[in-house]
Design a protein around this ligand. Structure first.
Ligand code: B12
Length: 249
């Protein structure tokens, strides 16, 4: 269905990159008016509306997956773009994240009970010395929404903790976030710690965070980098050989 929700149509105009317009529009158009209302409520951070609309959609017998893809993730994709392009800032992102959480609270139990085969397993932490976790949490939420099992290691995560968690959870991906110039090198140190243990090749490493660049990620010896939650999911899927779908955001 084309975009019929006026507010959502206005919000969609913030998506200006041609490739993103195409992908996000496909996600939106896969849904109907109710899904568009959800996407809009997510973008505007109306967590009460998301709470009600998610229950309504489930009550109407819609698939949890569809609600996630066509409503919540479609909305969050627009939020990610607006944030990257400095149209909205941290408070708005946090408010949208709270709305996403309100919807996920109803969807999570259904998805985990449905026995859908997870696409992969990741351990994800903010590196040693760094307490910034907003971006990490956003990435984790999108990764989980895309079907990954993600073990959240929190902030100030030491190399040993990454190693232990990756081993214990039989992870495919080790994902690190860092926002400070002073802590970014700890991503490289973490990879080196895996190398020292002789287990570096058992995992794919991904890095990200506001000041991290592709070049820096390459220098650190990472396998992948993403500059936002959308590319984070897309790259994670690429690295473990999962086909891209609209759901990768
Ligand atoms: C919020 C914030 C804080 C909060 C953190 C709250 C929290 N729970 O996270 C608080 C107030 C605690 C804080 C503290 C500090 N901060 Co601060 N903080 C910020 C701020 C304003 C926003 C960061 C943020 O959350 N952005 C929103 C999220 C969504 O974006 P993001 O983290 O970049 O994540 C996205 C991508 O990068 C990517 N991504 C993130 N991680 C990963 C991982 C992977 C694997 C992938 C693929 C992608 C990916 O996807 C995310 C979603 O799109 C930034 C400024 C800025 N513009 O970045 C400064 C900033 C990062 N802080 C800064 C500083 C200096 C500090 C302090 C040292 C200040 C002080 N003197 O005490 C302390 C350090 C504390 C510590 N040890 O970590 C500097 C860093 C400068 C530098 N280059 O080193 C910045 C850039 C501000 C500035 N311009 O000076 N900070």
């Amino acid at each position: 269905m084309p975009i019929v929700h006026e507010g959502l149509a206005r919000e969609f105009e913030y998506v200006t990159r041609e490739d993103e317009r195409e992908m996000i529009l496909a996600q939106i158009e896969a849904g109907d008016a109710l899904m568009q209302q959800m996407a809009y409520s997510l973008i505007t951070g109306d967590h009460h509306a998301i709470d009600e609309l998610t229950q309504k959609a489930l009550g109407e017998g819609r698939e949890a997956n569809d609600i996630l893809d066509e409503g919540l993730i479609a909305g969050m994709a627009v939020v990610g773009v607006k944030f990257r392009d400095n149209i909205i800032f941290v408070p708005e992102v946090l408010i949208a994240a709270r709305a996403m959480k309100a919807g996920m609270a109803h969807i999570d139990p259904i998805l985990s009970a449905s026995g859908v085969e997870p696409v992969g397993t990741a351990v994800f932490g903010t590196v040693k010395g760094d307490l910034h976790d907003i971006g990490k949490n956003l990435c984790i939420m999108m990764m989980r929404g895309a079907g990954f099992i993600v073990h959240d290691l929190g902030v100030d995560t030491k190399p040993d903790e990454f190693i232990e968690a990756a081993d214990e959870n039989n992870a495919d991906l080790v994902m690190m976030s860092a926002l400070l110039t002073t802590t970014m090198p700890n991503m490289g140190r973490t990879i080196t710690a895996f190398e020292d243990m002789g287990i570096r090749d058992e995992y794919k490493f991904m890095t990200g965070g506001a000041s991290v660049t592709q070049e820096f990620a390459d220098d650190m010896g990472a396998d992948g980098y993403g500059d936002n939650a959308i590319s984070c999911v897309a790259k994670a899927k690429e690295l473990i050989g999962v086909a891209q779908t609209a759901r990768s955001g």
